[in-house]
Unconditional design. Sequence first.
Length: 163
Amino acid sequence: MTKPFNVLFLCTGNSARSILAEAILNHRGGRNFRAYSAGSHPKGRVHPHALEQLRAAGLPTEGLRSKSWDEFARPGAPSMDFVFTVCDSAAAETCPVWPGQPVTAHWGVADPAAVSGPNEEIARVFRDAFVTLGRRIDLFLSLPIEKLDALALKKEVEQIGRR
């Protein structure tokens, strides 16, 4: 068996979208993928509605935490094969230099944590973000990663972010 591909999902606050993506890929990616998430300015807590959405989908929430992307730029951190930004703010920021030249792409998703209103509305926007990220992750998982060269792979993951 080959080593799993390491994937880092980035968002500014690392409290909702990137957390959802981390949990989805760790659940659906089996032994072939290991997902992580981080933020440039982490909130320090996972949004309660993100945790509710994951539980509603039957995904584990243990170990999920809001953390800085600095954790993944330090010596000894896992080497990333892919880095995806899931919010526009993180995509516009200057990211740390990731060892190993991972394939990067922007998979922007509207921020469900920015929505206020009745609980039903908030739950709906978190569900929408979850479905969008899940669809993109499923497309990513269907790619013949080991058969594509770096340029073709980058093109494919960028196209996924536009779906």
